[in-house]
Design a protein around this ligand. Sequence first.
Ligand SMILES: Cc1cc2nc3c(=O)[nH]c(=O)nc-3n(C[C@H](O)[C@H](O)[C@H](O)COP(=O)(O)OP(=O)(O)OC[C@H]3O[C@@H](n4cnc5c(N)ncnc54)[C@H](O)[C@@H]3O)c2cc1C
Ligand code: SF4
Length: 462
Amino acid sequence: MNFAKQLLSVIGGVTTVKIATTADEILEPLKKTVYQELSDFDVLQEANRCLFCYDAPCIKACPTHIDVPSFIRKITTGNMTGSARVIFDANPMGASCARVCPTEELCEGACVLSEESHSIRIGDLQRYATDWVRERDISLFVAGPSTGKTVAIVGAGPAGLSTARDLARYGHKVTLFELREQLGGLNTYGIVPFRLPAEIPLWEAAQVTHLGVNANTGSKIGVDISLQALVDSYDAVVLAFGMGSVPRLNIPGEDLHGVWDAIDFVDKVKRGEDVGILGERVGVIGAGNTAIDAATCSRRLGVPHVTLYYRRGEQHMSAYKFEYEFAKQERVEYRWYSTPKRILGEGGRVTGVEFVKTRLDSDGMGGMRPIAMEGSEYIEPMDTVIRAIGQSKLSAMLQLDSIGVATRAGVVVVDDQFRTSNEKVFAAGDCTFTKGQAEAMVVEAAQQGKLAAASIHEYLSL
Ligand SMILES: Cc1cc2nc3c(=O)[nH]c(=O)nc-3n(C[C@H](O)[C@H](O)[C@H](O)COP(=O)(O)OP(=O)(O)OC[C@H]3O[C@@H](n4cnc5c(N)ncnc54)[C@H](O)[C@@H]3O)c2cc1C
Ligand code: SF4
């Protein structure tokens, strides 16, 4: 293992860089999770603060509408399996969501106690209850009586797995087609291990396969098997293939050694693969959750100076508040209103980036767009550049038009029942993500999967 060789340690507020000697030493900071562990006493005390509101606002604010007062009440009576059942019934990704949901913007943000004191720590209680059953490997649900109908699902991330779980509970025979070796999508491969260790989504996926769902991993639809073959062989098909890699910046120097795609970078780190020497300075381009994950990951790998560059201002960044706060705690630095113009190199390796300052101007459609201010160029020395400017669309690669599925700007078009323009084909999750309509987040993908399953069940019951 030849990970970034330096390992950061903070002793008494003084940052020192020491040479890590073993793989375990290098990987240790990646394993140290960000959430606070709760004792049984803390949990009971927190659960007993809940007012168990009638018509509770937290239920409405949760995209999967978990009956929060019910699961918390069950914790107070020591019925942990019952509590977890309430959570997972509404949200098949309940253990992952307990760790990655932007709770202050969802359930906790709606808690009536937030006005007087502080909200109930719903995410932490949810983590406690779901961990309780996970640690004991308790299976909560069973498959429904067989209907004889078959469904193929393309992609086994939160959307595909949630659809599969509910279809199996309805009694349909489900087969997942997943190109990676393991199930879970970005929960397993994309979100940094110190926010979401892979063992959590892998256990959630096992809960799904335990219901008799077939999982064909290492199987790329569109290459190994055509979409048409699925449409011909199954009673219904679900598209849940998410989004792709980070788009290129399209600037000179992008192919130099030391330029990374953020998703690829986190993926390798999460799987314990070698990412080589990152150097003293890492620059991350972007300000969404992918950028935060790449930046904090670099810090935990021991890089002393990690800076995030964004072409708009702090108030425009798309990362959640909790992610931004976390990155600040991890000492990630920021440069606002800056966009890269070219990547500089020597001997085939990155040495710096030339940026140009930006300002916002009207885009003529009611929004604001960043404009480069010529003459404001500046150079930042850098050893590694990580691009994190969103994710590309995969629909072109899958040739959806070959099965009569319409797309708009690369996004699968669905109606409010998650039906596509082909009556046998449904879609859910990030592959249907359109800015301004829903958030690309795990809890949203889980909810869409559930709703798609209900819609497919209705279609198959006709
Ligand atoms: C770095 C990062 C950090 C994030 N942090 C958060 C967070 O803190 N909180 C939050 O709520 N959300 C977060 N998100 C967003 C969240 O991960 C996604 O919204 C969610 O995973 C979408 O689920 P999905 O099932 O639609 O797609 P994915 O999770 O992308 O799953 C799609 C699956 O389809 C598979 N696939 C693709 N093409 C094919 C094919 N041709 N054949 C077979 N299989 C295929 C993929 O391998 C993948 O497993 C983050 C995303 C990233 C990238
Ligand atoms: S799934 Fe997320 S939003 Fe819903 S109650 Fe749990 S932590 Fe809150």
